[in-house]
Design a protein around this ligand. Structure first.
Ligand code: PLP
Length: 388
């Protein structure tokens, strides 16, 4: 028995969580990842993945993965600084640097780890990290493990950010923000943020997990969307629009070299399998070349928003594939999610602490793999469920 002396307290807290409508558990998917999935043995249409371009089960990407795994094996064997860094990792880092227009890129096994690396690896005691309140948990955790002082500003509020910048007497200040906010779908006001950074001599770090692949002419993300001349440090993941796994940080030479020397979540972990990097190289090619995926996605977003507006649904100001509908009450959101599920439609039911209390929501995400008819099906189901 692997019990703790305070097992009873754990049990009580779990019961309380259930009663509050905040209990969560993983469900079993079988078969191919995509829009049409089998969950717990049932055919469902998914509106809750981050597979925005429909690449997660792309066969060309799978073939690249298989070929590399057959050639090199699955295990990478060691950390990057030992023998884990294969030619596929190297090739991908060069390709990403070019694609993002940055001097260098560095791969990480997950986006979570990349975020810890940047905030903990670049800041020290006496420095200040200033974060948007709605930043992803991994960014906030980066701030927690860093010795720097952590401050937060009201979501996307550049006046609030300026107040923080003006009040700080740290020599080194780093502004940190999601590019596209994961639970709201809105895009951070990067041009204003870059101006403030210049004025107050601060650095900027953008987590573009949800913009990368989706925004910008070839999918370069939020920075390209705004055509910023002065680029912030960029982190983006491959597990979302790119359909594979892992992440990178792209920045100037000095930043990347510092991460290699100092970032604990880069140094003390096994390199991601080389086959994943090989698959991501193919993914990068498809993301760049197949702009029809972004066009299809944009048209589905338009269709969903127009339909939802007609139904009087309370949409958020988002033009990205993340289209949340705020319900408010946790249990009501869960009940609505279940109603949709009975009709074979899966949406994310997002509750605190992922979002602020009182803003439980249905997080609907669209993918280039959805059909117009599936979007209409979702709209009718939302109408019947009286989501408004
Ligand atoms: C998914 C996500 C991450 C974490 O990336 P993983 O590769 O899944 O660990 C970080 N930031 C944001 C905004 C994300 O949505």
């Amino acid at each position: 028995m692997a019990s703790l002396p305070w097992n009873n307290e754990l049990a009580a807290a779990l019961t309380e969580r259930k009663a509050a409508g905040r209990y969560r558990c993983p469900r079993i998917r079988t078969g191919q990842q995509g829009v049409n999935i089998i969950i717990d043995g049932r055919d469902m249409v998914s509106f809750c993945s981050n597979d925005y371009l429909g690449l997660a089960a792309n066969s060309e990407i799978s073939q690249a993965f298989i070929a590399a795994a057959e050639h090199e094996g699955v295990g990478s064997g060691a950390a990057h600084l030992l023998t884990g860094h294969s030619r596929f990792h190297q090739e991908l880092e060069l390709a990403i640097a070019e694609f993002t227009g940055q001097q260098r890129a560095l791969l990480f096994s997950t986006g979570y780890m990349a975020n810890l690396a940047v905030i903990d690896g670049l800041l020290d005691r006496g420095d200040t990290v200033i974060q948007d309140k709605l930043n992803h948990a991994s960014l906030l955790d980066g701030g927690r493990i860093s010795a720097a002082e952590q401050q937060r500003y009201l979501h996307a509020d550049m006046t609030a950010l300026e107040r923080r910048l003006a009040a700080s007497d740290s020599a080194r200040k780093l502004i940190v923000s999601d590019g596209v906010f994961s639970m709201d779908g809105d895009i951070a006001p990067l041009p204003e943020m870059m101006d403030l950074a210049k004025q107050y001599q601060a650095g900027v770090f953008i987590d573009d997990a949800h913009g990368f692949g989706v925004l910008g002419e070839q999918g370069q993300g939020t920075i390209t969307h705004y055509q910023l001349e002065h680029k912030p440090i960029l982190m983006a993941t491959f597990g979302k629009a790119f359909g594979t796994a892992g992440a990178f940080v792209a920045a100037d030479e000095e930043v990347i070299e510092t991460l290699i020397q100092q970032a604990r979540s880069y140094i003390y972990t096994t390199a991601q399998p080389a086959a994943v990097a090989a698959a991501t190289l193919t993914s990068l090619k498809l993301v760049q070349q197949q702009s029809w995926r972004r066009e299809k996605l944009a048209s589905l977003i338009k269709q969903f928003r127009a339909g939802a507006q007609q139904l009087g649904l309370d949409l958020m100001p988002s033009n990205t594939p993340i289209q949340p509908i705020v319900i408010g009450d946790d249990k009501q959101a869960v009940a609505l999610g279940q109603t949709l599920e009975q009709q074979g439609l899966l949406v994310g039911v997002i509750r605190p602490p992922t979002v602020p209390a009182g803003t439980a929501r249905l997080r609907i995400t669209l993918s280039a793999s959805h059909s117009e008819q599936q979007v209409n099906q979702l709209l009718s189901a939302l109408d019947v469920a009286h989501v408004h």
